[in-house]
Design a protein around this ligand. Sequence first.
Ligand code: ADE
Length: 225
Amino acid sequence: MRIDIVTCLPQLLESFFAASILKRAQDKGLVEVHLHDLRNYTTYKHKQVDDYAFGGGAGMVLMIEPIVRCLRALQAERTYDELIYLTPDGEKLSQRAVNTLSLKQNLLLLCGHYKGVDERVREHFITREISIGDYVLSGGELAAAVVADAVIRLVPGVLSDETSALTDSFQDDLLAPPVYTRPADYEGMKVPDVLLSGHEANINKWRYDQALERTRQRRPDLLGE
Ligand code: ADE
């Protein structure tokens, strides 16, 4: 899988993709993440990529021209399965959407900034718009990082224990059950006996019951209740 991220602040994302699971995934050759600085695609003076909104009002808007120059340069090299714009008015990100995106070969993520991008970019170039929640960030970079992280960890081979993604919260519309590690008794705070029993069927039943109970208490909407 290849993910191209178009942003006017690539430095915000560099360290994020240079550590931990995301770095290992790239080192193993399972995913490629490429950051593209919008300022390298502008023909305006002082590397300008934004301008005042026609009609007035506060806030700057990312101009269509550098964005399209960048998108066209990238599209000349490969076909993208989706060109995704991160925006608070997009479809709300869900595990279902993440699962679908993890099956794609080439994704492009466009980060907005300031007041967003010229609407013509959205109308004519973008294939999907995603929000990571009902709040406004100062730019799409953190949202792009969230989408890329959630997608990359599902690419086969990225997680050392592949089954661990299958037991994530939301994969079966249930929250994940509690987990414990050593020591089994910490100052009298004990790990549930069943987890120490070695009895796989009982452990699985306990985990399922806990997941159901946790979901009922915290997110009854997931159960349609
Ligand atoms: N850009 C600004 N806020 C955002 C959000 N909530 N989701 C995605 N992109 C954004």
